[in-house]
Ligand binder design. Structure first.
Ligand SMILES: Nc1ncnc2c1ncn2[C@@H]1O[C@H](COP(=O)(O)OP(=O)(O)OP(=O)(O)O)[C@@H](O)[C@H]1O
Ligand SMILES: [Mg+2]
Length: 319
């Protein structure tokens, strides 16, 4: 495995009428070739903007510092434009917003394919059918001639995955691609992503707040809180030797139908990203905080091989 993507001290601020929103703060992590990395955290913690930063789709009011490298080259607005839809594909929670309601599926897939290769109309059409089969939409004639609204939510997400495959990406960013689907369809789509990744060998940045999904799909997990990485480790290591109190809180929120009691929620809510001061951002909600946590921001430290945590109390948990 070699390094595919690297964030180096990357920060992102949005300028708004009400002040500066510090959406990402000193984010550093990498994704290797041929691995599935899950990015988890509560709503508003910065998962989507992390994905958008990679493909250069940030809104006008965004200001960034630090660097992102893809295959060793720094990502700039120009390189991001070239990579998007070729080296890197992105799929979102709501496929309807990414599909054009006015065009048939066949046309939309052909447009993506045309970007990548210069082949005849006939070849394009047969490639469309091949792609639909790859995402297990076997009624290919009907699906290719359908408009997006004529398909179910699960089918539309499969079409989005087909579009991503048409790009032959090295990295697939999947931003909560199954949140809007029912549980059985969710599992089918997850399995499809996993299977295609095995076959094609691309890497996946899987954005989710569902730790159940993480436990099944991911090789490595990055936990984000208020725009910072608070813990990062290979999946097994993270679940067996959880160190950050926030990760522990997330784990105890997972619903288990065999348990009688409802899981305990993490008290409080995410701090305002406009008013973050020095100190640990999780301080107000942490049951293990020390007085130093209020004023000193903990660094992200590698505490075991491949296991990083930003918590002043890591030594006590390392055993
Ligand atoms: N264009 C913008 N202007 C100002 N603030 C923004 C803008 N886009 C995002 N933000 C803020 O950046 C922060 C991170 O947003 P982001 O969408 O990445 O969260 P998320 O972790 O993906 O949440 P969710 O789980 O709800 O999708 C949020 O506080 C959000 O309000
Ligand atoms: Mg999001």
């Amino acid at each position: 495995m070699s390094e595919l993507l690297r964030f180096e001290n990357f920060s992102l601020t949005f300028k708004t009428l009400y002040g500066e929103v510090r959406a990402l703060r000193n984010v550093s992590f990498s994704i290797n070739t041929d691995e599935i990395v899950a990015l988890v955290g509560e709503t508003g913690c910065g998962k989507t903007v992390t994905g958008l930063s990679i493909v250069g789709l940030l809104p006008e009011n965004a200001r960034t510092s630090g660097k992102i490298f893809f295959k060793g080259t720094e990502v700039t607005p120009n390189t991001a434009k070239r990579m998007r839809g070729k080296e890197v594909a992105i799929i979102f929670q709501d496929p309807t917003s990414s599909l054009n309601p006015l065009y048939k599926i066949e046309q939309q897939l052909m447009d993506v394919l045309k970007n990548k290769q210069n082949v005849s109309q006939r070849e394009l059409k047969s490639k469309v059918l091949e792609l639909l089969k790859q995402v297990q939409l076997f009624d290919t004639d009907r699906v290719s001639r359908a408009y997006p609204h004529e398909l179910s939510g699960g089918m539309r997400q499969r079409v989005m995955i087909a579009m991503a495959l048409a790009c032959e990406p090295s990295l697939l960013i999947a931003d909560e691609p199954t949140t809007a689907l029912d549980v059985t369809v969710q599992r089918q789509i997850l399995y499809l992503i996993w299977e295609l990744k095995q076959k094609k060998g691309f890497s996946v940045l899987f954005i989710t707040h569902d730790l159940g999904i993480v436990s099944q799909l991911a090789d490595r997990v990055i936990v984000m809180y208020a725009g910072s990485v608070v813990e990062m480790a290979p999946k097994r290591e993270l679940f067996l030797n959880t160190m950050h109190p926030y990760t522990l809180g997330l784990l105890s929120c997972v619903l288990d139908p065999r348990r009688r009691k409802l899981p305990k929620p993490i008290p409080g809510s995410l701090p305002s990203l406009e008013q973050l001061t020095a100190g640990c951002a999780f301080y107000d909600r942490c049951g293990e905080a020390l007085s130093m946590c209020q004023n000193h921001t903990p660094e992200l430290i590698e505490v075991r091989p491949g296991h990083y945590v930003s918590c002043h109390r890591w030594r006590e948990k390392c055993g």
